[in-house]
Structure formats: structure tokens, C-alpha cells
Design a protein around this ligand. Structure first.
Ligand code: FAD
Length: 411
């Protein structure tokens, strides 16, 4: 008996989305709400608390300052969604007087360049960002000092600041709103873990996904499957015989209070070392690029405590006197869904498994791009093609043809 004939007798949906984090929720929303898809949609989510999902563990940032045009455009759509949030999502919150607020703090990102190479790279990405419509300016050290007098800028050569369309927001607020709107429009959420695919071999050596096998023992037939498993997306692709180079890479975030905080509003500052820091409530949130960055087990959430004392705090204290006297607060680790190939998302199907759409590997910028990816994947499934933003630069083909689309601005 073939998998496809057995799948005819099991519960079945038109679209089964594996993973209900930032991207899975966005795809369900993009399909049912934005694209008006009338077929059945189920989101399979293993972690009802989202405690280990990157959507819950990130820094909530959105920025125009990327090096890749498609990423700048995805951010611009993310900003559009944040600005229109009460209108887009008010109805699924009951439509009452309390308008949902994504808590968007549009205070910009401030990148600092200290070496000639960093300055040259900043000028090059600035040109690309302006060409893509981003509202960013280059600042001399004197101009930075006039805006942010608490910063020590001795070795700084140039800075880049986003004037609009950058800042941070309520990550779970956006996620919850998209998922809620998708459910209100008919999408189902199945609390279970996907553990494998049943494949047919009716097309090509890879075949098609006929059904998703679940940890509970159930099976869910599907017309289309979406791989939105975040850091676990490589494993999910493997069930269809595909080698998708996406793996979990650990990032630790630290909060702290500052005895004498500088006057705001302050941007998210990225030091030339890669250490970043932004306001968080009455304190600050900060992190550092890891010294070593191996793939980790998907269950490994042990924070790298030493990064704070060895890297984050000394760097920030050197950058601003006010960061010398601080009180460390909460800290946690999460996983970037790291695409080893080019640090960019993979959106679309492998030609040999045409009904498995991947939407994963955003390498640390997938929250802000989730609305645009959800809209795009929704269009792809509902209409067979992108209708708004063309996401084909992120397609699977580039991996097969060895054409990396490297994103230089990964924080
Ligand atoms: C420390 C940190 C800081 C970050 N800062 C930012 C930022 O400032 N801005 C930004 O845009 N992005 C940021 N990110 C990245 C962002 O969080 C991710 O890009 C985004 O969450 C990716 O969404 P996703 O849906 O692909 O993955 P996730 O949000 O991890 O969701 C994947 C979901 O799939 C589920 N799942 C996996 N496998 C299965 C399975 N087999 N069966 C059922 N369910 C499954 C998981 O439980 C999870 O809920 C940060 C990430 C980290 C770790």
C-alpha cells in the first residue's frame, strides 16, 4: 500500500505548517487572512508555552540596515504592519475600545565603525540601503556626539543611524496577533510534535510529502507542507531527504540597570566589536557576538554567562562612563536559526520535493521579517506566485546553484 493511498483515510488538510513560531504564525496569517486562502490550514506546534522557541527569546528588533535589498524590503513591510497593527489585528482582539499595541519604539539602530574596513563597508551598505528606500544617514563622530553625548567616540570614524522604520517591539505581541488572526480566519493549531513525513514517490527522486507523522501517533495528510521549524528546520528538511544547512546557534541576552542612565530616547547601538545595547524598560538589554559559534543541540539553552563579564560589560563601560556602574539583571539564551550557506532565509521548495515549502534560516532576523515572509508564502501557496514582494532571491535554487546571497549585517 502506498503512502498516498493510505493518507486518503487519515485526517487531512490542504496546508500543514510544521512550527507555530514567528514564521509559522505569519504563514498561517498570510494564507488565511492576507491571501484569502479558503483551503484548510493547520499549524503543528510542539511547544505550547513557546519557552524554547526563538520567537519568545529574541531582542524584538527591526531595522532597515541590512546589506541585501530583499531584507530591507521585508523590514519595510514589517514596519508597515507594526504601524497598522491596531487596524490589522483589532478585530481578532474583540474589536473593543482597547486597541492592541505592538509597543513599537522607533528609536533607530546606531552602527559605529572604527576601522577603515568597517567604514568602507558602512559606506557601501549605506548606498544599498538608500537605493532600497531606507531612511538612514551617515554621521560623523561629532554628529553622533551631538545626539548621544554619553558615548566615547575617540576611535570612531563613521556611524550610521536609521531615522525611521527601526527600533524594537513586543515580539510575542506580534506573534500572538498573527496567530490569533489566523485562527479567527479558520486556521487550526495542533499541539503535537511532527516527527517525520510520509513521502510519495510520484514525482522525481524526492517525491512529495503525503502526510506528517506526529509524536502522538496520529498522522495528518496534507496537500502542501511548510517547514517553519526555525532552528530545527534542517531536521524537518531531512525527513524529505533534503540537506538544508540550517542549525541552532546559541545567543545569550543580558539585561542590566544603570545607576545614572543617559537621557533618551536612545537607539539600539552596535559597537564596532559587535556588542549591542538598547533600552529595555527602565534598564538595558545587551548581547555580544559569540567568540566561538558551533551548532548546539536544540535543547541546549544554557546561557554563556561569561560573555557578560568578559565582553559585554567591559565593551559598554569603555564606550560610555555611565555603563561602568551597573547592576546585572535577567539573562537567557536562545537559538539563531543559522543558515550556514549565506546567513539568509530560505523561502520556497526544493525542485525535487515541490510540495514542501521551506520558510526558515533567517539567521537572527526572522522576527522582523515574519510578516513579509508570511505574506509571500501565503501568496505562493494560494496563487502560485508572489504578488507583492518578490521573495525569489531567497529561493532554494540559490543553494543548489551555489549562488550565496550573503547578508553582511547580521548582528
Ligand atoms: C537571542 C536572540 C535574539 C534575536 N533578536 C532578534 C531581533 O532583534 N530581531 C529579529 O527579527 N529576530 C531576532 N532573533 C531571531 C528570531 O527570533 C528568529 O529569526 C525567529 O524567531 C525565527 O522564527 P521561526 O518561526 O523560524 O523560529 P521559532 O520562532 O523558533 O519557531 C519555530 C517553532 O517551530 C516549533 N517546532 C520546531 N520543530 C517542530 C516539530 N518537529 N513539530 C512541531 N513544532 C516544531 C518550535 O517549537 C517553535 O515554536 C533573535 C533570536 C535570538 C535567539
Amino acid at each position: 500500500m502506498s503512502a498516498s493511498s493510505s493518507s486518503a483515510r487519515i485526517p487531512s488538510v490542504d496546508v500543514a505548517i510544521v512550527g507555530g513560531g514567528a514564521i509559522g504564525a505569519a504563514v498561517a496569517w498570510g494564507l488565511r487572512v492576507l491571501a484569502g486562502f479558503e483551503g484548510s490550514v493547520a499549524v503543528i506546534e510542539r511547544d505550547a508555552s513557546y519557552a524554547g522557541a526563538s520567537v519568545a527569546l529574541n531582542a524584538g528588533g527591526i531595522r532597515a540596515q541590512f546589506s541585501t535589498a530583499v531584507n530591507i524590503a521585508l523590514s519595510a513591510y514589517g514596519v508597515e504592519v507594526l504601524r497598522a497593527f491596531p487596524d490589522l489585528f483589532g478585530a481578532s482582539f474583540g474589536g473593543g475600545a482597547a486597541r492592541p499595541d505592538p509597543g513599537f519604539r522607533e528609536h533607530g539602530y546606531l552602527f559605529l565603525a572604527a576601522t577603515p574596513a568597517q567604514e568602507a563597508a558602512m559606506r557601501a551598505t549605506h548606498a544599498a540601503q538608500r537605493a532600497a528606500g531606507a531612511e538612514v544617514v551617515l554621521l560623523t563622530p561629532a554628529e553622533v556626539a551631538a545626539r548621544y553625548p554619553h558615548l566615547r567616540l575617540e576611535e570612531i570614524r563613521l556611524a550610521s543611524l536609521g531615522l525611521r522604520g527601526e527600533g524594537w517591539f513586543d515580539n510575542m505581541g506580534l506573534h500572538g496577533a498573527m496567530l490569533r488572526a489566523a485562527r479567527a480566519a479558520g486556521a487550526r493549531v495542533i499541539r503535537d510534535e511532527a516527527v517525520g513525513f510520509e513521502m510519495t514517490a510520484d514525482r522525481g527522486p524526492g517525491g512529495r510529502v503525503a502526510a506528517v507523522r506526529l509524536a502522538s501517533g496520529a498522522r495528518l495528510g496534507c496537500g502542501v507542507a511548510v517547514n517553519a521549524a526555525g532552528p530545527r528546520a534542517g531536521t524537518v528538511a531531512g525527513w524529505a531527504g533534503l540537506a538544508l544547512p540550517i542549525e541552532p546557534r546559541k545567543r545569550t541576552l543580558f539585561t542590566f540597570d544603570c545607576a545614572a542612565p543617559p537621557a533618551g530616547p536612545l537607539p539600539l547601538m552596535i559597537d564596532p566589536s559587535g556588542v549591542f545595547c538598547r533600552p529595555e524598560g527602565t534598564g538595558f538589554l545587551a548581547g555580544a557576538p559569540p567568540v566561538e559559534d558551533p551548532a548546539v543541540a536544540p535543547e541546549d539553552f544554557e546561557p554563556r554567562h561569561a560573555e557578560f563579564e568578559d565582553i559585554v560589560w567591559p565593551t559598554l563601560a569603555a564606550r560610555a562612563e555611565c555603563f561602568e556602574a551597573i547592576r546585572p539583571g535577567r539573562f537567557w539564551a536562545g537559538h539563531y536559526e543559522w543558515n550556514r550557506f549565506d546567513r539568509n532565509g530560505v523561502v520556497g521548495a526544493h525542485p525535487e520535493v515541490p510540495n514542501l515549502i521551506h520558510a526558515a534560516g533567517f539567521s537572527g532576523h526572522g522576527l522582523q521579517h515574519a510578516p513579509g515572509v508570511g505574506r509571500g508564502v501565503g501568496e505562493l501557496i494560494a496563487h502560485g506566485a508572489y504578488r507583492s514582494l518578490d521573495l525569489s532571491p531567497l529561493g532554494y535554487e540559490r543553494l543548489l546553484e551555489n549562488r550565496p546571497l550573503v547578508e553582511e549585517e547580521v548582528i
